[in-house]
Write a new protein. Structure first.
Length: 665
């Protein structure tokens, strides 16, 4: 009986140890998978918040641009979007701008874009409903241009310059994140090669997966009832065992919701891998332990009483090691994710302890260096960085975040330049409150972005509106002057005269509007007034020659110059060189360093000129009044026998600080 007990007892002990080892292996696997899903959810939160900020920056780039303007300047918009993508991600994503009907206007990767509506993409239909919150996340699609797979994060355009009816929207800005890049980033979060990490929409569609997506897309999880029900209920987290996915492999799952987004992080480890890990850990114990236990049965019986205390100490030490490993892993994940948020200053504040952490990019936003300037705490940030007039607003936004769970504020800060001087910048900060696993330890995680360029653009737009109002009043005054000065010898003649002069003003107004009233190119004004003569026709050369450097005229000078050219051209067509086929006209100009314009109009080959007109007509009076009063210049008329020569000298007429769009050569 004692011998039987001596044989059975070691077997029972070995079985008990194997069972405890089995349970411990599953607990360790559950802890590791849960830790990975937590890291993936935190990573996804920062990535999606970064996408949201990028979409806002693209929307700011398109502010005030109508659909027609984007189509007509597609190459310029394409180049800006491509440069933005290269600066942000190195071509790991793309951006497409759509109108409200789902037709592409411009793209960061394709030029020109197809004008046909994009099929099988739901974000345009979703955003068409103004009740749907934005941004929206699409399922995975496949590009029709390069075959790449991607999912999209999209938002509505606003302040685009189009006339938008009540209850409708002004198109979509969509950012495509290529699946290959997203999967490679998720791979960095894996603890073992057997693990799989996925990002899911709340309706079960798979956005990214470290093991890849095989078969047709969009792909959706199918068979695991527990996970499907958790997504439907909107659970914050879930741990379960099932066979979800494409291959029906049974896995241990850990599901975590991404705070503030309709997205979940799902980490999984095959149950077969867990069992294999347990067997691998147990095998040496079996090979060594069984013979040793059979030889030391007596000794095992003597020390059995102390085994409980020994196990307790081992469990305590194991728990301490696991806690230290978890803290180390969390620190490594934070460092890794901070580098992924390139170009956006990341910060984190512990709402319990008040401890504040900044990423290196956060220091760079303010011209600071982490080593040179030291740790930046909450109070120091308010005292040294935030503009005094905006401190109350930032404090109110931070207080509101404690109650609402979200933080958002635009404010001014002091930026330190490399030369030591300081200037003001505008910053937008956004963040969310994230709760710990115990439900009490809360952190405020967010990002700051420099929006100084957007603020300056808004100020410039307001100034431009005031300038347009001023110019419009000037134009109306000029038109009223033309109406008063034009002779009323007959209704038809009066109408023709007024129509021609107002049309000349209209053409130069269009040129000024295209350049935002910063001026107009003299060559373009000449082409507009002498279009029929400047451009050569088939079989014959042009009758007008133009020579002069690229010159941008000030707005008031451009308006006056269009009226002068119209009057001179009208006279040449009626009585001068352009009234006969063999007549020729030569125009030339130059400027000096002070911006003075020297312009010459020389006719030849026309009817012989017998001298100045006997009577000074309205055209001569209009030329004199326009050049001397509006341009502040001088006019010289030489009525030579071979044709009229007109010389105009206008001081401060050319904008020497601007580069003209085109040049006459």
């Amino acid at each position: 009986m004692l011998l039987a007990g001596a044989i059975i007892l070691p077997g029972l002990i070995l079985a008990g140890d194997a069972y405890r080892s089995w349970r411990q292996e599953w607990r360790d696997a559950g802890t590791a998978v849960g830790r990975t899903s937590d890291s993936a959810a935190e990573y996804a939160l920062r990535v999606f918040e970064g996408h949201k900020l990028r979409l806002e920056r693209v929307n700011d780039m398109l502010r005030g641009l109508t659909n027609n303007y984007i189509r007509s300047h597609e190459r310029e918009v394409h180049n800006k979007l491509r440069k933005f993508v290269e600066d942000e991600s190195g071509r790991n994503l793309s951006i497409v701008v759509f109108d409200r009907d789902g037709r592409a206007l411009a793209s960061a990767t394709t030029f020109p874009v197809s004008r046909e509506p994009f099929p099988n993409q739901d974000f345009n239909q979703l955003l068409n409903d103004l009740k749907v919150a934005e941004p929206v996340v699409s399922p995975v699609y496949q590009s029709v241009t390069d075959g790449k797979r991607y999912y999209a994060v999209s938002r509505r355009r606003d302040a685009g310059g189009n006339v938008v009816a009540t209850g409708t929207f002004d198109g979509v800005v969509s950012m495509s994140i290529y699946l290959e890049s997203a999967n490679e980033t998720l791979v960095r979060l894996l603890d073992t090669d057997d693990d799989v990490v996925s990002l899911l929409r709340s309706d079960g569609y798979i956005l990214a997966r470290t093991a890849g997506l095989e078969g047709p897309i969009p792909a959706r999880i199918r068979t695991n009832d527990a996970i499907v029900e958790a997504l439907r209920r909107g659970d914050e987290q879930l741990t379960a065992i099932g066979a979800a996915g494409f291959d029906n492999v049974e896995r241990l799952f850990s599901l975590r919701r991404v705070s503030g987004w309709p997205v979940y992080a799902l980490a999984a480890r095959p149950t077969s891998a867990i069992a294999a890990e347990w067997r691998q850990a147990l095998m040496p114990q079996l090979l060594i332990g069984v013979p040793a236990w059979l030889g030391l049965i007596a000794l095992a019986l003597l020390v059995r009483r102390s085994q409980a205390e020994l196990e307790r100490r081992v469990d305590e030490r194991t728990a301490g090691l696991l806690q230290a490993a978890a803290a180390l892993h969390h620190g490594e994940q934070r460092l890794r994710l901070a580098h992924l948020a390139a170009g956006i200053g990341y910060w984190e504040r512990d709402l319990v302890t008040g401890e504040t952490t900044w990423s290196p990019e956060m220091y760079a936003l303010y011209g600071l260096d982490p080593v040179r300037d030291g740790k930046m705490g909450h109070e120091r940030y308010f005292d040294e960085i935030v503009h005094p007039d905006d401190r109350a607003k930032v404090m109110a936004a931070a207080k509101e975040a404690n109650a609402s769970g979200t933080y958002e504020c635009e404010y001014r800060v002091v930026h330190k330049r490399p030369d030591g001087r300081r200037d003001l910048r505008w910053i937008v900060g956004r963040g969310v409150v994230v709760g710990g696993t115990d439900g009490t330890h809360r952190r405020l995680i967010g990002a700051n972005v420099d929006i100084t360029a957007r603020k300056e653009a808004e100020e410039q737009e307001a100034m431009l509106m005031r300038e347009v109002d001023h110019r419009a009043k000037n134009v109306l005054a000029i038109v009223l002057s033309l109406l008063r000065l034009t002779p009323r010898e007959g209704v038809a003649d009066f109408a023709a005269s007024v129509e021609g002069r107002v049309a000349a003003m209209g053409r130069v107004h269009t040129l000024l509007a295209e350049h935002r009233w910063a001026g107009a190119d003299l060559k373009q004004i000449v082409d507009a007034e002498l279009y029929a003569y400047v451009l050569p026709r088939a079989g014959r050369e042009t009758r007008v020659t133009v020579a002069g450097p690229a010159v941008r005229l000030a707005p008031h000078v451009a308006q006056a110059m269009s009226v002068v050219l119209h009057e001179l051209a009208t006279n040449a067509i009626k009585y001068g060189a352009l009234s006969v086929p063999e007549g020729r006209l030569a125009l030339s100009w130059r400027t000096d360093a002070a911006g003075t314009l020297y312009f010459e109009w020389r006719e030849s080959g026309g009817p012989t000129v017998s001298g100045p007109p006997a009577r000074r007509g309205f055209g001569s009076r209009l030329l004199d009044s326009t050049i001397r009063r509006q341009m502040g210049g001088e006019l010289t008329l030489d009525w030579a026998p071979n044709g009229l020569r007109c010389v105009i000298v206008a001081p401060e007429a050319a904008d020497s600080s601007a580069t003209a769009v085109s040049a006459a050569d």
